[in-house]
Design a protein around this ligand. Sequence first.
Ligand code: UD1
Length: 421
Amino acid sequence: MDKLIITGGARLDGEIRISGAKNAALPILAATLLADGPVTVGNLPHLHDITTMIELFGRMGIEPVIDEKLAVEIDPRTIKTLVAPYELVKTMRASILVLGPMVARFGKAEVALPGGCAIGSRPVDLHIRGLEAMGAKIEVEGGYIKAEAPEGGLRGAHFFFDTVSVTGTENIMMAAALAKGRSVLQNAAREPEVVDLANFINAMGGNVQGAGTDTITIDGVERLHSANYRVMPDRIETGTYLVAAAITGGRVKVKDTDPTILEAVLEKLREAGADVTTGADWIALDMHGRKAKAVNLRTAPYPAFPTDMQAQFISLNAVAEGTGAVIETIFENRFMHVYEMHRMGAQIQVEGNTAIVTGVDTLKGAPVMATDLRASASLVLSALVAEGDTLIDRIYHIDRGYECIEEKLQMLGAKIRRVPG
Ligand code: UD1
């Protein structure tokens, strides 16, 4: 298992490019199954989760063709089996995203139930109930969700999400794109990745309106055709590199991104004392060598502060001036990074869903273990300012969500290297 060794203390300074968004690429790849011809998806990030999705397609008999620019062409007509097996689903919960498209397009699907995961119980009841509302018959048997469309195909439905769910909204939206009649999704997720997926469905000839608001209306169409689509930039990768510069008192310009999709994060960075400027597709952050001021924050569905940036801000607070309270409202058990950061000398107290973080003068390098994707990002950030060396184990979690993290950080002047283990 590879490990990262980071020697803290370098003040970051430089420019990097932001990759395509993992959380937009995954639903968009799943939605290619809806088309009746080949579809090309570009700006895919080079990440383990994307490879897993492509491997899943391979298992279903579809052979994606990857060109030199890392665009993937998928021809869903070559599908042979409508099963998403447990070995793949258990490594990536987002595999559940193929459920809606398969039932809508092929009338049938068997997708392994993802089960628990490190950051909480994360059920998929809403995905199932949404499809049932459209007339699908669903049974859970032998650890698999077995779904079948009614005779004549799925029917449009009104569905109210009692919890805002990103992949839940996406799954039902994809199914509704080929259902008969109109579907209205209420209390839908408003995340920019949901909007990107809606734009992709519309690029294939679909009719989705209202994405980005809490009510999405989908008029089902007979067929969706070939298309060529470019995935949006990754707002969480963007935010993570901004925090990386801020935590070291340094500066960074992130390019090929979109400042309008992470306003809550930029607001908190400004509150922490960062000088943030933006252009059409870039964001620049400068701390002018200063230490950050601790900030209070509360995670909630978009447009509020994203849970996927919570761990990174705990790191920022850990070396900031003052004390900040971080409240996690989306996932239970999403503070595992805190216990690893204690090993580096951080002063953080967790009570229920709140972490009270008191900034310390210095963190100290230590061997630590990554527990999930964003938790591992926070360990990298902490290591960048810690005295001495930090050895981060289990970095496969990082590779699920950050493209070439060591190269990008090296370009900014960080002392980081990967050691095969
Ligand atoms: C997506 C993102 C993930 C992000 C999360 C919240 C992808 C691939 N992943 O995950 O990075 O952290 O949104 O912004 O886009 N819930 C239910 N029933 C369901 C589904 C969800 O109760 O059927 C609950 C969950 O347990 C959780 C909350 O809803 O408490 C939000 O989860 P959800 O938005 O579904 O997260 P994901 O879509 O899995």
